[in-house]
Design a protein around this ligand. Sequence first.
Ligand SMILES: C[S@@+](CC[C@H](N)C(=O)[O-])C[C@H]1O[C@@H](n2cnc3c(N)ncnc32)[C@H](O)[C@@H]1O
Length: 235
Amino acid sequence: MRGRKPSSQRWLTRQLNDPFVAEAKSRGFRSRAALKLEQIDDRYKLLKPGMAIVDLGCAPGGWLQIVADRCKLGSSGAKLVGIDLLETDVLDGVEIFVGDMTEPEMLDRVRTAVGGRAHGVMSDLAAATTGHRPTDHLRTTALLEAALDFALEVLIEDGFFIAKCFRGGAERSVLEILQANFTTVRHVKPAASRQESVESYVLATGFHGRGGWTVERADEDDDTTPLQEGGFSPI
Ligand SMILES: C[S@@+](CC[C@H](N)C(=O)[O-])C[C@H]1O[C@@H](n2cnc3c(N)ncnc32)[C@H](O)[C@@H]1O
């Protein structure tokens, strides 16, 4: 249609004009997503030297770069394990798997690589969108549930879980499990997450594991419940 830009061109224009894209590039980060984790960590101080961290959906590796730096990978005994469907360029000291994190055998490999226990489980997982909202919603929810399931298994006392979610936050069913197993649960939206995007992150800290351990599959009609607002800019 005349006057309308194809979406790929709109994406390119937005990328070229995005100050966070420019900053990520100038600082040598592999993705602008690195800045999101950096901002979240500046605020909530999650990452410390010596930690064992799992990054689900790690490609191209921006979050891995932030964790490697802040956990002092290579000099502190820290462990960092990532998995993605796509190849991730090598990063010194990081064990990276290529595969589907919803497959139990892939998660077994990740679990073994991190030594069975982790201080933090992070998920920036995003399914390829189809444009069919109910399908996209179910896929996103399934990834969040799979990430949470894994976190409940491997987190140590006082561990943290952070995961990307869309459309107003995590599902009620997911929030209930988080609230039962962590001291604090909040939604955060760092400045580097585009304001017009429906993306936010659910951050759960102070794992104690005294709640339910079963992540049941959500269905399409599940409510979304925004929790305590922990963002530094409005969701
Ligand atoms: C937003 S990107 C992650 C960006 C990354 N945090 C960074 O800082 O560079 C989301 C990733 O999730 C991955 N992903 C989606 N579904 C997956 C699955 N089932 N198993 C593993 N990775 C998956 C995609 O391949 C994609 O690379």
